[in-house]
Design a protein around this ligand. Structure first.
Ligand code: BTN
Length: 121
């Protein structure tokens, strides 16, 4: 299962991941289909790492998306799975942290969810 390439999730968000380097590092870009902000969506950079580059068939990985159009940040963790028909899916969980105005508002600053990505053909 190869992380590099173009992926889409069930929300309609698209991301492109570059080649994974020898240390497992990768970069890419993320175009979200939805936003919790009131801003206009813009393409945002992502940075991540994959475990045990090319040594494992179904590697784990994590990446951070630093949204260019809001004050929030999202981290994703997941695993790349490949089925018996060689179809690849990225099963992920994410945490979205938004900026709040005070410590008293900290309780509502983090969202959690899951996303499943399939490769764009
Ligand atoms: C924001 O709303 O401040 C930035 C965009 C957040 C989009 C989130 S990240 C988790 C979930 N998966 C997506 O593809 N988009 C949303």
């Amino acid at each position: 299962c190869i992380l590099s390439g173009s992926w889409k999730n069930e929300l309609g968000s698209n991301m492109t991941i570059s080649a994974v380097n020898a240390d497992g590092g990768f970069t890419g870009s993320y175009h979200t289909a939805v936003t919790a902000s009131d801003k206009r969506i813009q393409l945002s950079p992502l940075k991540g790492s994959q475990k045990h580059t090319s040594q494992r068939k179904q590697p784990t990985f994590g990446f951070t998306v630093s949204w260019t159009f809001s004050n929030s940040i999202t981290v994703f963790v997941g695993q790349c799975f490949v089925d018996d028909k060689q179809k690849e899916t990225l099963k992920t969980m994410w945490l979205l942290r938004e900026e709040v105005g005070s410590r008293g508002a900290d309780w509502k600053a983090t969202r959690v969810g899951t996303n499943v990505f399939t490769r764009n053909k």
